[in-house]
Design a protein around this ligand. Structure first.
Ligand code: IMP
Length: 427
């Protein structure tokens, strides 16, 4: 004990790395349990900016062991590119552990992601194009390639050929693309095998032993609640389970091993890709949030859609994930607004509702009902205590807490590790 899960409460990019950072040296293991290199963590450590997509952000912490669990889909080209980039900057990556059961993203997954999106046209999901969905589809279809397959070349060949038999038909006959040569895929994967071998571990065994020994295991969510394939705004979601329960499946620990679930909520809301977003601002206010908050994707560089804080969106995440705490990020970005609208419910077909509607159709048509809170003019980036924040800023935080029903334990007031106001310890 303890096992701590950090999970985004909106549509991703909440700044989860910031909360991870606060746990600092006390974390023994930092585990990615879902998603792949569709994620993007931007971290500023000692004035240096790091953008990570696949590796757990704990890789930057010399005291913790970074782990990639079975629930992650791994693009090995990206993995080693990231490892090389960090090594060149003096970061030790040798302790990285990778589950033998994690699935691999191959060239055909990347190609299929892009062509299916193009084929969908106006019905596209707006994926990151990294092959995530096709790799998870293969996993569920039992056509996937796992890390362990790299160490048995004849099995690997059988599996790649089986997968491509079907996919090449699709690529050539439906999408009018060239067929992919299985030999190229196999050579690429085998080319990574020996480098990967020393990192491959029995991750559930390692993590359960660590928890038995009272070490701190941090399960670091990627994406967020509303991008969860079961609980998010389906079909505008990713293809895995970023929610807290996903940590058990994607890392191999039982639900009884999770002691704390920290929901990360941005002080406003952003989303990339398609899908419903009731508080989205399509005007100058949205543009201002985007500019002030530097809301451009770490992974794809796409402009993030921006809008006001949506309390029911975070409240449903709190319920389904069982948040024990909320870490509020980017509060400093809201400085300078005279009033700040907060969504407290919706009107759906003329009827007022307080919670996220049951059906996707209603959510698409939900018109936000706002409460207007007083803003603050002061720059809060130097605040370190709650009492350093202007009174109206404190009131904003307290109102969000009340609306969501979970205590706010930490507040981000700037990009660097030190720019936080802590109200309760996260361990
Ligand atoms: P995919 O995960 O690439 O299949 O994309 C599915 C949806 O999830 C798209 O709307 C993406 O923009 C979104 N998405 C995936 N990863 C992230 C993330 O780390 N932050 C925000 N949105 C993401």
């Amino acid at each position: 004990m303890p096992g701590i899960v950090i999970v985004g409460s909106q549509w991703g990019d909440e700044g989860k790395g910031k909360a991870t950072d606060q746990l600092g040296d006390r974390v023994d293991y930092t585990v990615r349990y879902s998603g792949g290199n569709n994620a993007g963590h931007t971290l500023v450590v000692n004035g240096e900016r790091y953008a990570l997509h696949l590796l757990p952000s704990g890789i930057l912490n010399p005291h913790s062991t970074p782990v990639i669990g079975n629930g992650v889909v791994i693009d090995l080209d990206v993995l080693f590119e990231e490892v090389d980039g960090l090594t060149a900057r003096g970061v030790d990556t040798t302790k990285l552990l990778v589950s033998a059961n994690a699935h691999i993203i191959t060239e055909y997954h990347r190609v299929l992601d892009r062509v299916t999106e193009r084929f969908l046209g106006s019905r596209r999901i707006g994926t990151t194009g990294r092959g995530i969905g096709p790799a998870y589809s293969d996993k569920i279809n039992r056509l996937g390639i796992r890390v362990q397959d790299l160490f048995d070349p004849s099995i690997l060949r059988q599996k790649v050929e089986a997968a491509l038999d079907q996919k090449n038909q699709l690529l050539v006959k439906v999408y009018n693309r060239r067929a992919i040569d299985p030999n190229e895929v196999i050579d690429n994967l085998l080319g990574h095998a020996e480098r990967l071998r020393p990192h491959v571990a029995d991750v559930p065994l390692v993590l359960n032993r660590a928890l038995d020994a009272d070490q701190v295991v941090l399960f670091e969510g990627a994406q967020a609640h509303h991008l969860d394939v079961d609980h998010g705004t389906y079909p505008y979601v990713t293809s895995s389970n970023p929610i807290a329960a996903g940590a058990c499946i994607g890392a191999g620990v039982g639900p009884t091993r999770i002691d704390r679930v920290i929901g990360i909520a941005k002080a406003y809301t952003t989303r990339v890709g398609e899908g419903p977003f009731p508080t989205e601002l399509l005007d100058d206010d949205g543009e201002k949030l985007r500019t002030d908050g530097h809301e451009f994707g770490t992974t794809t560089g796409r402009k993030r859609r921006c809008g006001w804080f949506d309390a029911p969106v975070v409240e449903v995440a709190a319920r389904i994930n069982g948040f024990t705490d909320i870490f509020l990020t980017k509060l400093d970005i809201l400085s300078g607004w005279k009033t700040i609208p907060v969504c407290v419910g919706y009107e759906v077909n003329g009827v007022r509702v307080d919670r996220v509607p049951l059906t996707q159709t209603d959510f698409h048509h939900a018109v936000p009902v706002y409460e207007y809170l007083d803003g603050w003019a002061e720059d809060i980036s130097g605040a370190r205590e709650f009492s350093d924040l202007p009174k109206t800023c404190q009131a904003y935080v307290r109102r969000l807490e009340e609306l969501v029903g979970v205590r706010i334990s930490g507040i981000g007031v700037g990009p660097s590790r030190e720019q936080v106001v802590m109200l309760h310890d996260l361990i």
